[in-house]
Design a protein around this ligand. Structure first.
Ligand code: MD3
Ligand code: FE
Length: 201
């Protein structure tokens, strides 16, 4: 079903075929493994990350950027499989954003105990494109704040196959993920994988 959480934030519960996506992700993470990136502040991120697509988001001591190559291998990121790009475009369309062609899929891996602290994503050139987020594996609670840091977030539980679309003004809000509880999923085990499809350039 389709639920408008607030202006620009649409939840498409169960929209994604998690089996198909997990099959698509497996060879990607074999080619470009998950790693804990270092922030410009010198800390290791709790969430392990990798990318597929023409560009990938990377965090390094020197800053955040979109890179055409994986800094670990020096090679281009794995190409974005058509089943992934198509799913993102269909989800964006269902939320009212036509012609979304992502050039990045950031792949985030969470284990029980992992959290993602509140932040704004602002490394994309044209913020009129939406961001499409797909949850796979064990559940998480997504936290949606406002345009300034702090306050009480709107909390959205996310389950395997759920898709969230962020567009318009909702692109500029603080958001994070609460510390994951110990749970298990038949396909991923004690793991959550989140795909965020972006248009970086
Ligand atoms: C709202 N990931 O990768 S996805 C991220 O579950 C990130 O892994 C979380 O925040 C996760 O940056 C949440 C939903 C999401 C992604 C990007 C956004 C929401 C967003 C950018 C702007 C506004
Ligand atoms: Fe984010």
């Amino acid at each position: 079903e389709r639920e408008v959480i607030r202006e620009g934030v649409v939840l498409l519960a169960g929209f994604a075929d998690s089996e198909v996506l997990l099959d698509a992700v497996a060879p990607l993470v074999a080619a470009a493994p998950f790693r804990h990136m270092t922030t410009p502040g010198g800390r290791q991120m709790q969430v392990a990350m990798t990318n597929c697509g023409a560009l990938g988001w990377v965090s390094e001591p020197s800053g955040y950027r979109y890179s055409p190559t994986d800094p670990l291998s020096g090679k281009p990121w794995p190409a974005m499989p058509a089943v992934m790009a198509d799913l993102a475009a269909r989800a964006a369309g269902a939320a009212g954003f036509s012609a979304f062609e992502p050039d990045v899929c950031l792949i985030n891996r969470y284990l029980p105990g992992t959290r993602l602290s509140p932040h704004i994503d602002q490394d994309e050139a044209d913020k009129s494109w939406p961001i499409v987020s797909v949850s796979l594996g064990i559940p998480a609670v997504f936290q949606l704040y406002g345009n300034v840091r702090g306050g009480t977030p709107t909390e959205i539980p996310l389950y395997d196959g759920d898709v969230l679309v962020f567009g318009g003004l909702a692109r500029h809000v603080y958001h994070g993920v609460k510390k994951l509880a110990q749970e298990s999923h038949p396909r991923t085990g004690e793991m959550r994988i989140n795909l965020t499809f972006r248009r970086a350039r």
